[in-house]
Design a protein around this ligand. Structure first.
Ligand SMILES: Cc1ncc(C[n+]2csc(CCOP(=O)(O)OP(=O)(O)O)c2C)c(N)n1
Length: 564
């Protein structure tokens, strides 16, 4: 990762290429909260940050990670903040104002979506909506080389326009491995900045905040002009185009389009968008209003203009049809007869796959699939038997599960679940999970159920998740007086995302003991138990389930993986 041989190609994951891009750009401050598919970014900086002279931290959640980044940026440091899609929701409250104030030190925010929920239990989120909501300039790379180049470009845009820039990847971009041509790493002499007071710039108070919004929209207009001329929005003209037919795509969709066109032996003009926000509207209008010519071919002036317009365009994009809607809007002005196809052929649900795009393009271009192609597609559809993921052999959570089964009749108790390895409590053979939502929500929802019913309730939360978002919900339970039994599964690590440390991890010298936090909040029914002591655990569950106030058991036993 720290190799300094400009021009050499090294094989990198998309996430590692982002790290490399940040190092080549001279990043000084990096904060993150782990979450797949973005985790490797933080984990790589965790390994190499010190040798690269970069400040790195795993923050307690994404909001504080961003806020730390905002502080570093206000102090003039080149800053990178990384998270997974859901993390962007957690930090949205801080993101909106940051786009208004703008960055001082150039700042890049990486957010990784996970179409098809490969590593996301909660919902299939497409964070591109947040680009519109907050007006944050957003770039979408397709492969590791672009991950590196776009990261550098994002720092440049941020520096030039004094605005944070977001890079949105997806699982297939972040976890794709490919050769990347490297350049020089820009080592910084220091990562100390200086906060120079400038309340007009850094304080978002009305009435100034309304001026800030105006200034932001003016910046976006300038960035749009920049986007119109940027090489990362490119039209690829293929020889022998089927006239009047084109494709607009972005991110991973572009790679699948390239592969499908090759497979189908088809030549269509493709507009690949590197900017998602602001979109290069003129470039799009230009693409749809003039059938792209072959290389070197002159426009046929004898033909009527309408004959030369694109007749139909396929929008290849993952998840929600944002590009499709934008193209529809732009076509009203540029080419009102254009037939726009997108979600009609490519589902809004689940990630794109090469075979989906090949079939969609074949249908769109009325081209017959060759036998090899259809065979390939049939093979792609081969069914593999489904297996449920399991807790590791020796995982301390097995002992918790066993104690619960001994202590209560699962039919007579409501079980709350949260985000972490213990989510597997919801799957066979365990099946003790009656609700599951987002990080920290087990405690918040448990309180609501307890207020609304007289049912017994046990809710589980991991140690990492407790620090991330559980503490305010615990306080609410105490303040608004309900009595769930909360079991904090303290395995000493953030296991599910790759064993990152957290503030309560035993290896952390300035670690915070969970029992001190719980006690500090005023919880009286509190016990710390190693779940291997089944008798003690069962007795505590039985006793605490009948209490009138909230009860907490901290089930403390290290994750079997870190023990090893
Ligand atoms: C807002 C948000 N950020 C990050 C994640 C990714 N994520 C999944 S589980 C998890 C933490 C689990 O740690 P812990 O609660 O300690 O449970 P363990 O996996 O150790 O059992 C994280 C960060 C997420 N799902 N949502």
């Amino acid at each position: 990762m720290l190799l300094n041989k400009p021009g050499k190609k090294i094989i990198l994951l998309g996430n590692e290429a982002i790290v490399r891009g940040a190092l080549e750009a001279g990043v000084q401050f990096v904060s993150t909260y782990p979450g797949t598919p973005a985790s490797d970014i933080g984990d790589t900086f965790f390994r190499i940050g010190k040798s690269a002279g970069v400040y790195f931290e795993y923050s307690t959640n994404e909001k504080v990670a961003l806020e730390a980044g905002v502080g570093a940026s206000f102090s003039g440091l080149k800053t990178l903040v990384a998270m997974k899609d859901f993390g962007l929701n957690v930090c949205l409250d801080a993101l909106g104002p940051f786009v208004y104030t703008g960055s001082k030190g150039p700042t890049v925010i990486i957010v990784a979506d996970d179409p098809s929920c490969h590593s996301s239990a909660q919902w299939e989120e497409g964070t591109r909506a947040i680009s519109y909501l907050t007006h944050i300039p957003t770039l979408e790379p397709a492969d590791p080389q672009e991950c590196k180049e776009f990261t550098k470009l994002a720092f440049q845009i941020s520096e030039r326009f004094k605005i944070p820039v977001m890079i949105r990847t997806t699982t297939r971009v972040a976890h794709q491995r490919a050769p990347v041509r490297i350049s020089n790493i820009e080592y910084r002499i220091s990562n100390k900045g200086r906060f120079v007071k400038d309340p007009r710039r850094f304080v978002t108070l009305p009435p100034r905040v309304m001026e800030m919004k105006k200034e932001l929209l003016e910046k976006i207009e300038k960035i749009q002009t920049f986007s119109e001329h940027s090489k990362i929005n490119q039209i690829n003209r293929f020889p022998k185009s089927i006239s009047g037919t084109g494709i607009i795509t972005s991110g991973i969709g572009y790679l699948y389009v390239k592969e499908a066109l090759k497979d189908l032996n088809l030549n269509l003009p493709v507009l690949k968008l590197g900017f998602f926000y602001p979109l290069p509207e003129k470039k799009i209008k230009d693409f749809i209003s003039r059938a792209p010519r072959q290389r070197g071919e002159a426009r046929d002036e004898s033909k009527a203009l309408s004959d030369q317009k694109l007749k139909k365009v396929l929008i290849v994009e993952e998840l929600e049809p944002y590009l499709e809607k934008e193209v529809e809007r732009l076509a009203k002005e540029a080419n009102c007869k254009l037939k726009i196809t997108g979600k009609e052929l490519i589902s809004e649900v689940g990630e794109l796959k090469p075979e989906i795009i090949t079939l969609a393009i074949a249908k769109f271009a009325n081209c017959k699939l060759k036998i090899e192609n259809s065979l390939k597609i049939r093979n792609w559809k081969l069914k593999i038997p489904k297996r449920f993921p399991q807790l590791c052999p020796g995982c301390p959570y097995w002992f918790v599960f066993s104690a619960i089964k001994k202590a209560v009749d699962p039919e007579k108790v409501v079980f709350g679940g949260d985000i972490g390895c213990y989510m597997l409590f919801g799957l066979p053979p365990l099946k003790i999970q009656d609700f599951l939502s987002c990080m920290g929500s087990s405690l918040g929802i448990a309180h609501g159920v307890k207020k609304a019913t007289d049912q017994k309730l046990i809710t589980f939360i991991g140690d990492g998740t407790f620090f991330h978002a559980g503490i305010p919900a615990l306080i609410n339970t105490i303040y608004n007086k309900s009595n769930p039994l909360i079991i904090i599964l303290d395995n000493g690590t953030t296991a599910m995302t790759g064993h990152q440390p957290h503030p309560g991890a035993p290896a952390t010298p300035n670690g915070i003991r969970i029992e001190n936090v719980v006690k500090g909040c005023g919880v009286k029914n509190l016990r710390v138990i190693d779940p291997i002591n089944q008798k003690e655990f069962v007795a505590a569950v039985k006793e605490f389930l009948n209490k009138k106030e909230v009860s907490v058991i901290i089930a403390r036993r290290p994750c079997v993986q870190i023990k090893r």
